[in-house]
Design a protein around this ligand. Structure first.
Ligand SMILES: NC(=O)c1ccc[n+]([C@@H]2O[C@H](COP(=O)([O-])OP(=O)(O)OC[C@H]3O[C@@H](n4cnc5c(N)ncnc54)[C@H](O)[C@@H]3O)[C@@H](O)[C@H]2O)c1
Ligand SMILES: O=C(O)C(=O)C[C@@H](O)[C@H](O)[C@H](O)COP(=O)(O)O
Ligand SMILES: [Zn+2]
Length: 356
């Protein structure tokens, strides 16, 4: 087991990462909280079926309340958000209660947002169950979606701790492994050229990745994320670099209908677009063909899915949280590990999308 210490302006907290770390949860709850009244688990249908017993067996002598959401992006709606709050009220959660977010990024984003507004904020703990959640469980971005844009309604709200039990990842289907790994590749591209080259040479088949390689990838990814949130918790500056690939990626997710493409798959397409823009606008020295060959070999789509209109994608990108007065700002790379933020005109984006 390794412990990574996340530092933010509002809170410092540990990420316990390794096989079997769930068994540290009970002792943590006993030590960390005085007079803990209720434990409220938010999980989704898939995770509940596969892993909920394992979690509840760690929670003796408490009798946790369980709120189960639909799986995937369907958890990040106003309706589910409202139902979760209603259940919390019905079951009389109070300020000495804790919410456990048990699932992937969708459950984590929803649960953190519920925790941030219930009685103006009660504590929560992230217990991620996907590869992608090495990103989503850390840093305190919480949100639900709106038809006009991804994660549009939310709050910055940090967890008390993150328990990342890598045993739980064994049941992930290939498309979720791929989705999660896109954020690992993102972390490498924006921060660490050596890590990127290591990934590119050692990961050729995501279904055959060794436990050691996965642990190394997730641990490095979390440490990189910490470097950005440590300096800029509320995204007034460098944290925006963690949004590499998301300007177009989120627009694709919204246009396709949330959940019809995985987050990581959409971000991968967005990263390829941003890399191409970078080559033109910052002089990035990067072998695009080699990159595309690598990621296609890993099973990623590398083009915008058919049927999406450029003008609709552009409209969605104008809603991006990095936009200022409707000017779209992209995270580009000057070199691997050196991101910048750049305003790009609508007409240039449209021209580039036409030939993408
Ligand atoms: N807050 C942040 O900083 C941040 C960062 C990145 C992504 N996100 C958000 O995270 C979400 C994506 O997260 P995700 O990819 O974890 O998706 P997810 O939570 O939708 O999970 C993906 C699918 O995998 C299933 N699943 C989860 N754990 C499993 C397991 N152990 N075994 C088998 N199946 C399992 C889920 O039921 C779901 O169907 C998006 O909404 C994205 O916007 C947030
Ligand atoms: O933590 C961040 O900051 C990120 O941008 C991480 C992203 O991977 C993540 O998808 C995040 O939810 C996107 O944030 P948003 O502000 O663009 O909704
Ligand atoms: Zn993301």
């Amino acid at each position: 087991m390794e412990t990574i210490h996340i530092q933010t302006e509002s809170k410092n907290y540990p990420v316990f990462i390794g096989e079997g770390v769930l068994n540290k949860l009970g002792p943590f709850l006993k030590n960390h909280f005085t007079n803990l009244t209720r434990i409220f688990i938010i999980t989704d249908e898939t995770v509940a079926k596969m892993h909920l017993d394992k979690l509840t067996s760690e929670l003796n002598p408490w009798d946790p309340i369980v709120f189960t959401t639909p799986s995937g992006e369907k958890a990040k709606t106003f309706e589910v958000f409202y139902s979760a709050l209603s259940k919390a009220l019905e079951d009389q959660l109070d300020r000495k209660s804790v919410i456990l977010a048990f699932g992937g990024g969708a459950v984590g984003d929803l649960s953190g947002f519920v925790a941030s507004v219930y009685m103006r904020g009660i504590p929560f703990i992230q217990i991620p169950t996907t590869i992608l959640a090495h990103d989503s469980a850390v840093g305190g971005k919480t949100a639900i979606n709106h038809p006009l844009g991804k994660n549009m309604i939310g709050a910055f709200y940090q967890p008390e701790a993150v328990f990342y039990d890598l045993e739980l990842l064994r049941t992930l289907p290939p498309q979720e492994v791929r989705s999660g790994f896109a954020e690992v590749i993102k972390h490498a591209l924006i921060y660490d050229a050596n890590f990127y080259h290591w990934l590119k040479t050692s990961v050729q088949d995501l279904n055959a990745i060794s436990a050691e390689q996965l642990t190394e990838s997730l641990t490095k990814g979390i440490k990189i994320k910490n470097e950005f949130v440590r300096k800029d918790e509320k995204e007034t500056g460098v944290r925006a670099y963690l949004n590499f690939g998301h300007t177009l990626g989120h627009a694709i997710e919204a246009e396709m209908g949330y959940g019809n493409i995985t987050h990581g798959e959409a971000v991968m397409i967005g990263m390829i677009f941003a890399l191409k823009l970078s080559k033109q606008l910052t002089g990035l020295d990067f072998d695009m063909e080699e990159f595309i060959e690598w990621v296609e070999g890993l099973g990623y789509r590398t083009k915008i899915p058919k049927g999406l209109a450029i003008e609709n994608l552009l409209k969605k990108m104008k809603h991006d949280k990095k936009s200022i007065a409707e000017s779209i700002r992209f995270v580009l790379l000057e070199s691997i590990g050196r991101p910048i933020l750049k305003t790009i005109s609508d007409s240039s984006i449209v021209e580039e999308l036409k030939v993408f």
